[in-house]
Design a protein around this ligand. Structure first.
Ligand code: S3P
Length: 446
């Protein structure tokens, strides 16, 4: 078996990941990935606003859910020490969030800031300020501020609609919001605001985004209806939420790195156990199937309202594919790693309708094109996507995560396939969603 040297080293305030293989390693065995990030955020938030106790097993201990926990602790929720076995949240009840004595810090997490804003705006007579890191302070917040303002919310922001934000909570009025984008963060923000709002609040999306909020809100006792034909969800305010037991499945967005690694590295076979396969998240499986990757789902089951399966991937010869339209929201976070797969596929892969990637933790279209091209790939940036000519041999290079967790991990998988040594700057970003990524990488490539 080929051997690889994988080292993480401190570099000023950051960490550099160096990956050097004499030839592409085979990865074999069984692994688990950390808990789903979206479900972890929602379990903490709903636990905090419910009455009674919520037990969370499998919580992601990444930096993003840690930010959510810190914000809700600052508003009075009692959250036990965070671990992936069992976390207990003692809820304080809807409308009972306390006014925090200082600024709430959402860190790098768009989900924390946007979802939380719906709750803050609807807490009568309390004042909140919210900020985040440099990346989050440059991400658009108008998409949630505007519909909340239509509900009567009082929110202040920097010009252009950026954090830091200030919120004077008050009773809101219900609206029917036609969202111009398929975004679970926008949808969830408005639904959470609707929980405390008298009457029925509806969000209609142009395509279906992840539905974890809808599933969990129902389980906690919210009065919620969906119309799958029109991608609409309605919440009627006033229901009491009650603490629940939530078992968080492994994150398919984290599994995606190993699915692509297993597909592109020769003689590989990997079983990834306990992965969430909610149909609003499995676009990556459909895209990899279009590319003729050998991936099978085993042991399909339902765990506290979310579909879960074990995923088996074996090496395969990938073919180029075209990805656009309604598939995009169902694989939105997997496009960086899909771009890596496309560099190894025969033919030209085209990804369109993905302009949303420009306002994620980084401009993921620009950053992936630039960094993969440094490694000898042929990637063209389109206004709303990428065009990737596959089949090029990747070479080791100096690349950079741009502080974006998914870019750091995608480049690490590309590096396994590259000749020579790849040095990934600011690789510590991976800890936002996958703190053990480098350890698992080292174990698989021993
Ligand atoms: C998320 C929704 C997605 C996704 C993000 C997590 C969520 O964002 O990119 O990583 O937990 O609701 P958008 O809904 O804004 O596309």
């Amino acid at each position: 078996m080929a051997s690889s040297t994988i080292t993480l080293q401190p570099a000023q305030n950051h960490q550099t990941l160096t990956i050097c293989s004499d030839s592409a390693p085979a990865i074999r065995g069984e692994i688990r990935v950390p808990g789903d990030k979206s479900i972890s955020h929602r379990a903490l938030m709903l636990g905090a606003i419910a009455e009674g106790e919520t037990q969370i097993a499998g919580l992601l201990l990444g930096e993003d859910p840690l930010s959510t926990a810190a914000c809700f602790r600052a508003m009075g929720a009692v959250i036990s020490e965070l671990n992936s076995q069992q976390v207990t949240v003692r809820g304080i009840g809807l409308g009972q969030l306390q006014e925090p004595v200082t600024v709430l810090d959402a860190g790098n997490s768009g989900t924390t800031m946007r979802l939380m804003l719906g709750l803050l705006a609807s807490q009568p007579r309390r004042f909140f300020t919210v900020t985040g890191d440099a990346s989050l302070r440059s991400r658009p917040m108008k998409r949630v501020i505007q519909p909340l303002q239509q509900m009567g919310a009082e929110i202040w922001c920097r010009s252009g609609g950026y954090a830091p934000l200030a919120v004077q909570g008050k009773a809101l009025k219900p609206i029917h919001f036609q969202s111009p984008i398929a975004s679970a963060q926008v949808k969830s923000c408005i639904l959470l605001a609707g929980l405390l709002t008298a009457g029925s609040t509806t969000v209609t999306e142009p395509a279906l985004s992840r539905d974890h909020s809808e599933r969990m809100l129902r389980a906690f006792g919210a009065d919620l209806t969906t119309d799958p034909e029109t991608y609409s969800v309605t919440v009627t305010g006033g229901a009491t939420l009650r603490g629940q037991r939530v078992i968080v499945p492994g994150d398919i967005s984290s599994a995606a790195f190993w699915l692509v690694a297993g597909a592109i590295l020769p003689d590989s076979e990997l079983l990834i156990q306990n992965v969430g396969v909610n149909p609003t998240r499995t676009g990556i499986l459909e895209a990899l199937a279009l590319m003729e990757a050998d991936i099978t789902l085993e042991n399909h089951r339902l765990v506290t309202g979310e579909p879960v399966a074990d995923l088996r991937v074996r090496s395969s010869s990938l073919k180029a594919c075209e990805i656009a339209g309604d598939l995009i929201p169902r694989l939105i976070d997997e496009i960086p790693i899909l771009a890596v797969a496309a560099t190894q596929a025969t033919g030209k892969t085209v990804i369109r309708d993905a302009a949303e990637l420009r306002v994620k933790e980084s401009d993921r279209l620009a950053v992936m094109a630039k960094q993969l091209n440094r490694m000898g790939a042929q990637v063209n940036e389109l206004p709303d996507g990428l065009e990737i000519i596959g089949g090029t041999a990747l070479q080791g290079a100096e690349v950079d995560s741009d502080t974006d967790h998914r870019i750091a991990m995608s480049l690490a998988i590309a590096a396994l396939k590259a000749s020579g040594s790849t040095v990934i700057g600011r690789a510590e970003a991976a800890a936002v969603s996958y703190p053990d990524f480098v350890t698992t990488l080292q174990q698989l490539c021993q």
